[in-house]
Ligand binder design. Structure first.
Ligand SMILES: [Fe+2]
Length: 350
């Protein structure tokens, strides 16, 4: 509930500059003051609600300190407001500091899950804007946003939030890669007529969590070029799908989500890991995930090489085309070009 304690209105007015900014609630977004840390200073203005008016509390460019936050807590202010025009700055701030916010036990779990939602949606927006054709962005953004919104429930369990925190704290690149893979996976999977909403949702969540086992692999191995890894290091790297599957084994996830975590490195030629599944044992949504995972990875910089352009990434995939499903590759290329796909589905079952 948006509330300012009635007997504290006067104090609150003194705290603010008493500059009524407006009363149009459509222009403001409510956020918890617990999510505003000193790191947020100057990035956006913060408003308080008094009656139906929005009153400036800290201006853009001013510090939002622990003292500010404490004063609001003392006054029982449960919500502060940010103008929607500065919401993008707020989301950028959240994603930059997500690794600090998520494990912070002083912030209630639902607020941390909300922070995760805003930060993830902001990244989804970036991926759609930077990596996919513009018309696709307009079509897909709200659908993917809804899937991310539906995953909030998943993060209300502390152990789930902890797993994702590890993934993010291990390096923001991993988190960006997870989101990039999820967005591509969703867009390509949607081109299959047989992809019902259940499979779409479950495997999109699986795409988001696919590398949840990576934080258990020593960092010096993750920083290495695969061709420079020793046999033992390669084994350790290749254990991350099984480690991830072990982490989530007791969570109430659907089969497709578990499959995405365990089998996202399985290949058409049977040379994938951990199981070396043959092509006919790999369901279509995993074929799509395997491809989108590799494509997104190639278009991001690593410690040993700069990011490949989309053209270079597709060329590299073509040189290893026996590893990937031809139909899925065609659908990825069409998706990247925003071309219409008219080929019939070819169902495959695990
Ligand atoms: Fe992986």
């Amino acid at each position: 509930m948006d509330r300012v304690m009635p007997d504290t209105n006067e104090t609150l007015a003194k705290l603010t500059e008493s500059a009524i900014a407006g009363s149009d609630s459509a222009l403001y977004a409510a956020v918890s003051p617990l999510l505003l840390r000193p790191w947020a200073q100057g990035l956006f203005a913060v408003y308080l609600k008094q009656g139906s008016d929005y009153v400036l509390y800290t201006n853009k460019g001013a510090a939002f300190t622990d003292e500010h936050r404490q004063k609001l807590a003392d006054l029982g202010v449960a919500r502060v407001y940010i103008t929607k025009s500065q919401l993008r700055d707020f989301e950028h701030y959240l994603r930059e500091h997500l690794a600090d916010i998520l494990p912070d036990e002083s912030i209630p779990l639902d607020m941390r899950a909300e922070a995760w939602f805003h930060a993830t949606v902001s990244l989804v927006n970036d991926v759609l804007e930077e990596k996919l054709p513009r018309p696709l962005k307009q079509n897909k953004f709200f659908q993917i946003r809804q899937i991310v919104r539906d995953t909030i429930e998943f993060f209300h369990a502390p152990e789930n939030l902890r797993s994702v925190t590890k993934l993010i704290s291990k390096g923001f690149r991993n988190y960006q890669h997870s989101i990039g893979t999820m967005v591509l996976h969703y867009c390509v999977l949607q081109t299959y007529n047989q992809a019902g909403m259940d499979v779409l949702f479950r495997s999109t969540l699986g795409a988001l969590l696919h590398d949840v086992g990576k934080p258990a692999v020593p960092e010096h191995i993750l920083q290495k070029k695969p061709s420079a890894m020793s046999v033992e290091e390669r084994e350790a790297y290749r254990s991350h799908p099984s480690l991830g599957a072990g982490l989530v084994i007791n969570l109430p996830l659907e089969l497709e989500t578990h499959h995405c975590i365990l089998f996202h490195h399985e290949q058409e030629d049977g040379a994938g890991f951990p199981s070396g599944l043959p092509a006919d044992a790999i369901p279509y949504y995993l074929k799509v995930l395997c491809l989108c995972n590799v494509y997104d990875g190639l278009t991001r910089a690593t410690p040993w090489r700069p990011a490949h352009t989309p053209y270079e990434a597709l060329q590299r995939i073509q040189t290893r085309k026996s590893a990937f499903d031809r139909d899925a590759l065609k659908r990825l290329i069409y998706t990247l070009a925003n071309a219409e796909i008219i080929t019939p589905d070819r169902p495959t079952e695990l």
